[in-house]
Design a binder for this molecule. Structure first.
Ligand SMILES: CC(C)(COP(=O)(O)OP(=O)(O)OC[C@H]1O[C@@H](n2cnc3c(N)ncnc32)[C@H](O)[C@@H]1OP(=O)(O)O)[C@@H](O)C(=O)NCCC(=O)NCCS
Length: 206
């Protein structure tokens, strides 16, 4: 059977099936609530995206208010994963205070191969308290139990030690160190790739 034979319409019927997943309400963790992004989140999204420390290892530089507003609009619309390129975006809010602490995404990198990617940003004043790890673990639950991805990856600048540590704490495996594979912000940069498979997830979830 060819690869094409195993694909019917937009849904892969082989091992790598991806289920449609729609945001239907907040997701709770011990200390956080992960909720959809709303228009009133502009200030916090702008604060994150205009901070040089936050964007240091990201693909983009410090954003203007206009760029942050465009990013906010996108994130508001990122509420479902139905196929390749779709993104689910959430903000993590501290249960104790109602403050936004983090911005997270889950993207469908490949529908055919059933691969998702997670990404996260924590506001500087909330870093170092385990929020990225706690919120990203909830996103892995969405990825494996909700969407049904076979594999979830994390891609990062090789200098981003805090991000690598988060992915390690989640139980993801460092699979690649790609040396100077990207030209970003006027320099060659190296990339790390971490991954976890669906069959590995049950042993690492908490
Ligand atoms: C990466 C990031 C999300 C981590 O958020 P966080 O809430 O502080 O993460 P956690 O508290 O869950 O875990 C951070 C871990 O990294 C460690 N760490 C922090 N800075 C580090 C550094 N410079 N070198 C090595 N480890 C570091 C912490 O000690 C902690 O590990 P530990 O629990 O074993 O002590 C946050 O630093 C951030 O938003 N950075 C800017 C945006 C970014 O780069 N996002 C990732 C894109 S791939």
């Amino acid at each position: 059977m060819s690869r094409a034979d195993r694909t019917i319409g937009r849904t892969h019927v082989g091992r790598g099936a991806v289920r449609a997943f729609e945001y239907r309400g907040p997701i709770e963790t011990e200390r956080l609530v992960l909720r959809a992004v709303e228009p009133s989140d502009f200030d916090v999204v702008f604060a994150m995206r205009s901070d040089p420390e936050v964007v240091r290892y990201l693909y983009w530089g410090v954003q203007t208010a206009e760029e942050a507003r465009a990013a906010l609009e996108q994130r508001i619309s990122f509420r479902a994963i139905r196929g390749e390129g779709d993104v689910l975006a959430v903000l993590a809010v501290l249960k104790a205070t109602g403050e936004v602490t983090a911005d997270l995404i889950l993207r469908c990198l490949s529908q055919e191969h059933s691969v998702g990617e997670i990404g996260f940003i924590v506001l500087p004043e909330h870093q170092g308290r385990g929020y990225a790890t706690e919120a990203a673990r909830a996103m892995l639950a969405v990825a494996f139990d909700g969407v049904g991805f076979h594999r979830v990856e994390g891609h990062l600048d090789a200098r981003n030690a805090a991000s690598a540590r988060v992915l390690e704490k989640l139980g993801m495996r460092r699979e690649a160190h790609l040396v100077e594979n990207e030209w970003v912000k006027d320099e060659w940069q190296s990339e790390l790739v971490y991954a976890m498979l669906d069959r590995e997830w049950p042993a690492t979830r908490r």
